[in-house]
Design a protein around this ligand. Structure first.
Ligand SMILES: [Zn+2]
Ligand SMILES: [Zn+2]
Ligand SMILES: [Zn+2]
Length: 983
């Protein structure tokens, strides 16, 4: 023995060792790992691995392929990836086919601007060339987006995404139009639609947004032309006027009527020699506003009567030589504007109802408002719209011809003042629809458009002429089976869908109840043409599903460009002639379909056409704006195709805002740019930010917030690193200790692990990723770092490597490391894979081929409860130790001896765990005494000397001749190490 060199004690300590670095270095590590996945062909591997499992289909709402991604786009895609990956790891086969929305106005606008810079105009180019440039622009944009989505660690069919501009997709879009035709839901008619004067096109509901806008608010008198005695005998022979109020004076030249509520009470009051009619309830406010109550006196009311008394009487237009018909309608309110915002969601509707203006007599221009149109139609009024595409009055409008409508507002006000028909005017702030592309205020304007009817099947494709002549060529193909209307079907179907959050169903119901017929035509070129032909001789419209199938097959081969590159006759079956007049000459419709019709078609074009997918989808998840947009149009399409919603569950996520809750804008300098985060911190930080926030609400992001997320990331990483570092040399097959033979605190840790697995699985199940994060973060920082790891360090570091108690802890660390990697994998895609790589037991080449851990049924509740009580004592002891340290009584806690006085059950518990207590408190000695009710703690310095190896204090240091500087525990450990050597 004496010939042996003395042992280097430091080398006998089992220091942690792992290739899993403390510093993440994500910005470099992530691209390397992505490359590794590409080499592995990981997405394919996952598909192969999960063949035959039940399917789980998340259907991607296609982002618009126009620009680079921003933080909101990133969050949307990351949330989808959380869902796909967690479902995949729950044992589903969850393929992910991403899509891109490629047609539409923003790309046209972008291309037009780019052309302008080169001094060219759109009209200088042929439609084919213009469309080709649009297509190239979309291709470039979607390439950039794909690069960034892949960089975010999102796995999917990136080599074969769905594009709304692909040949197949364009063909399917045209075919969907045929499905609507077969239902009898398509018609062409003049309807007021939102119209952007700048972009000169109709806009869908989903394409307008509401902003504050200042309009002139005017009170105008319309002389009653009918005999006033018909209203009330008291008015016989008087000069009577009906007072209207409007915030769009420019629509007054198109006024054809005035609507009153049939059940409201109206009053006629006197002012000088004139008599004015308004709703009774508003007499005071109107009189005050218009200065009709001299000296503050109430105006003298001559008669009161129901609104229905006015029905079908006539006024004169205040300056045009024609009459204005009095009508009754339920849409009339006493709260001001009753028109315009027909499809508001609830919050907007509430803001609107604040307005307290109006007369209860509503100026009605059927060509310029939805309610105006409906009531005008039922009274047989003309849908009169003397405004052109650019928003200028047509020549027939006396005094104002050629004037732009918004410029005309003030001119008309002055004109009316001079004529003495204006009682009052002021500036009026209200929410007004704006074009979401160019941000300009829009107008309501009636133009011939293609519509999808919400309420009934149209027997006539084109609305009948005034003489009632049926000009339809398509009734032959109309299904004869009675059916639900589109609106009724939609309202029924949404009740079968699961909405997360649950308010989604109310929001959707409100949207559907209020929405007017869907205007699907756009006066644009970058999209799918409406596949309709017109007879060259009699102009009859042919929208025949069979013809459309024929056209769609051509689109399938040549893309939708075929509509522009071929003559009409080449797009029609050979020898196709007009059923009305027999002529073989045709012209093509020039309008294209609404892009929402395009993207709404995705469930059919994608889910039904790819063998790995199926219809309907399990989940759609998008932002709240899609209640107007994609959720809505997809529902319409689903019903036209299969009488069913295309989704089983719809999840809504919030907006991304800055730290102060404002919208992010590059120009405002408050935008967090994903690309910058990739380079500086890593995509993982964006992913963890998504998981750490409750995405059902709006989510805030800023550099500072991301910094906090980084801190959270470091804690998770360090937790994993501790487990990995202490598994060096651990062979699971050889070294694992069965649970029954483990140290009790190790079993406690397993029970806690089991609890967190249960929590995490439930959170994934409910798409509550913030709860996944919270559970894992608390587990890592509280259960593990502050408790378990702290307590087992001594055992892991100082016991002989193969000591069973040490192996017991390692067995648990392996389970923790393994489970953490799996549970983190859907969120921290890169880091979890890295943890996995460094575990000794990995079964797959990537964590993304593994499953989530399962929770064990059997629970160690008694054990957990007992240890909770011990941890409560520990908290008190740690406080007392901290005080002793502050008082310089001790240095490290190992210099301390703790004496606990307790009695009864508490004492019994402490006695039972007497041997654990020094490790629990991380002190050298613990003494127990029987006294008192609670627990009394006293701290003193530990007895004996400091062990050179483990730094514990012991009265036995020096007892071993061989190892004179170490304690009795270390003597045992060193002996075991020596024995191990000679194995
Ligand atoms: Zn616009
Ligand atoms: Zn014809
Ligand atoms: Zn020792």
């Amino acid at each position: 023995m004496s010939t042996e060199t003395p042992l280097d004690l430091k080398k006998t300590i089992n220091l942690p060792k792992t290739a899993f670095a403390q510093k993440a270095n994500l910005a470099q590590g992530e691209p390397a790992r992505l490359e590794k996945w590409t080499k592995l062909d990981l997405y394919r591997l996952i598909r192969r691995e999960s063949e035959g499992r039940p399917k789980f289909i998340l259907h991607d709402g296609p982002p618009y392929a126009n620009a680079d991604i921003h933080l909101g786009t990133a969050m949307n895609k990351v949330l989808k990836d959380f869902i796909v990956k967690s479902r995949q790891m729950m044992g589903f086969d969850a393929p992910y086919v991403p899509g891109y929305d490629c047609h539409g106005l923003p790309i046209e606008t972008h291309v037009e601007k780019a052309l302008e810079k080169k001094g060219k105009k759109k009209n200088d180019l042929s439609v084919e060339v213009f469309r080709r440039i649009c297509r190239e622009h979309a291709e470039n944009a979607l390439k950039g987006q794909t690069r960034d989505f892949k960089r975010l660690g999102i796995l999917g069919e990136w080599d074969n995404p769905y594009l709304t501009m692909s040949n197949h997709y364009e063909a399917e879009t045209a075919r969907m139009f045929a499905r609507f035709l077969e239902r009898g839901w398509v018609y062409k008619g003049a309807r007021p639609v939102y119209w952007c004067l700048k972009d000169q096109t109709a806009l869908a509901e989903a394409e307008v947004e509401y902003h504050q806008h200042t309009s002139p608010s005017v009170y105008v008198k319309f002389p009653l032309q009918s005999d006033p005695a018909l209203v009330d005998p008291a008015l016989a022979g008087r000069k009577v006027f009906v007072l209207i109020w409007t915030t769009t004076p420019w629509t007054l030249p198109a006024n054809l009527g005035i609507a009153v509520h049939p059940d409201f009470e109206y009053a006629a009051f006197e002012h000088g020699d004139e008599v004015y009619i308004v709703a009774s309830e508003l007499v005071q406010s109107v009189a005050a506003k218009c200065g009709l109550n001299e000296g503050g006196a109430s105006p003298k009311v001559l008669a009161r009567f129901q609104g229905s008394k006015l029905d079908r009487l006539e006024c004169r237009h205040p300056w045009i030589d024609r009459s204005s018909l009095l009508m009754v309608g339920e849409h009339v309110t006493l709260g001001g504007e009753a028109d315009a915002e027909t499809e508001l969601d609830v919050s907007e509707a509430q803001k609107k109802s604040d307005s307290k203006a109006g007369t209860g007599c509503v100026h009605t221009a059927p060509g310029h408002g939805h309610d105006d149109f409906v009531i005008g139609k039922s009274y047989g009024l003309e849908i009169y719209c003397p405004v052109d595409n650019a928003g200028r009055f047509t020549p027939e409008v006396e005094h104002f011809a050629g004037m732009r409508v918004f410029d005309a507002n003030d001119v008309i006000v002055e004109f009316m003042r001079e004529r003495g028909v204006l009682l009052f005017s002021e500036k009026y702030e209200h929410r007004y629809p704006h074009c979401w592309r160019c941000k300009n205020p829009v107008i309501f304007r009636a133009t011939p458009q293609w519509f999808i009817a919400m309420d009934h099947a149209h027997r006539d494709l084109v609305e009948k002429d005034e003489d009632g002549r049926d000009r339809s060529n398509y009734t032959d193909n109309l299904s004869e089976t009675p059916q639900r209307s589109l609106r009724a079907a939609a309202l029924e179907e949404i009740e079968r869908v699961k909405w997360i959050p649950a308010w989604g169903v109310d929001r959707m119901r409100n949207m559907l109840k209020g929405r007017p017929d869907w205007c699907v035509s756009r006066q644009r070129v970058w999209g799918v043409s409406i596949p309709v032909f017109y007879c060259g001789r009699c102009n009859e419209a042919v929208a025949d599903p069979l013809v459309i199938e024929y056209v769609a097959d051509i689109f399938e081969r040549e893309s939708g460009d075929a509509w522009y590159t071929h003559d009409a006759k080449d797009l029609l079956p050979e020898g196709y002639t007009c059923k009305g007049c027999g002529a073989p000459e045709w012209t093509k419709e020039t309008d294209i379909l609404d892009v929402w019709f395009d993207s709404g078609t995705s469930s059919i074009a994608v889910l039904e056409n790819r063998p790995e997918l199926r219809w309907p989808a399990d989940v759609y998840i998008e932002g709240g704006d899609q209640y107007r947009g994609w959720f809505n149009s997809s529902l319409m399409i689903g019903i036209a195709a299969h009488d069913q919603a295309p989704y089983k569950t719809v999840i809504t996520h919030g907006w991304t805002l800055d730290a102060q809750g404002r919208a992010m804008h590059k120009s405002a300098g408050n935008a967090v740019e994903p690309e910058k985060v990739f380079k500086e911190s890593g995509a993982e930080i964006i992913r963890l930010w998504c998981a750490s926030s409750n995405y059902f609400d709006d989510v805030r992001g800023s550099d500072e917030i991301l910094q906090r997320v980084m801190d959270g990331y470091r804690k998770l990483r360090n937790t994993a690193r501790f487990a990995l570092g202490n598994l060096d040399g651990f062979d699971p097959a050889r070294d694992s200790v069965p649970a029954a033979e483990m140290e009790e605190i190790d079993r406690w840790a397993l029970a806690e692990l089991n609890r967190v697995i249960t929590e995490v699985l439930a959170a994934y199940e409910g798409y509550e990723f913030h709860n996944v994060y919270r559970a894992l973060y608390n587990f890592a920082t509280v259960t593990l770092s502050a408790r378990y790891f702290d307590i087992i360090k001594d055992r892991l570091y100082t016991f002989a490597p193969r000591n069973k108690a040490r192996r017991s802890a390692q067995t648990v660390l392996l389970q923790i490391g393994d489970a953490l990697a799996r549970m983190l994998a859907p969120i921290l895609v890169f880091t979890a894979d890295e943890i996995w790589e460094n575990l000794p037991n990995r079964t797959h080449p990537s964590i993304h081929l593994a499953l989530l851990p399962s929770a064990s049924e059997q629970s160690d509740e008694g054990l957990v409860a007992e240890w909770e009580r011990l941890f409560a004592v520990r908290d008190d002891v740690l406080r007392a130790l901290e005080e002793a340290r502050m008082a310089k009584q001790i240095g490290s806690s190992l210099q301390a001896k703790v004496r606990l006085e307790a009695s009864g059950k508490t004492l019994e518990l402490l006695q039972k765990h007497q041997n654990d207590l020094r490790y629990l408190f991380i002190v050298s000695q613990v003494e127990l005494g029987n006294a008192g009710d609670g627990v009394t703690i006293s701290i003193s310095t530990a007895d004996g000397d400091k062990c050179e190896r483990c730094w514990n204090y012991s009265t036995h240091v020096g007892e071993s001749e061989r190892f004179p500087t170490v304690c009795e525990r270390c003597v045992t450990a060193l002996n075991e190490i020596e024995e191990g050597k000679t194995d």
